[in-house]
Design a protein. Sequence first.
Length: 68
Amino acid sequence: MVRVSAFQSPSDGGPLDFLTERDGGTESWARADPREALIESFGRFGSKVTLRGGESVHYCERGIEDSE
């Protein structure tokens, strides 16, 4: 199977573990508060996220791993 994506390969080397970020109360988790961010749909499986006070746009891709 060939995977085609409009997204660049992640620069951090892997997917984000949301539960670990949330439970650890990381700075990334606090900054990602949807009440403080502009979140827009991008394509079929993605979102474009602009954080308050941030200078860049983050492109996020949703996917299924282990049926989740």
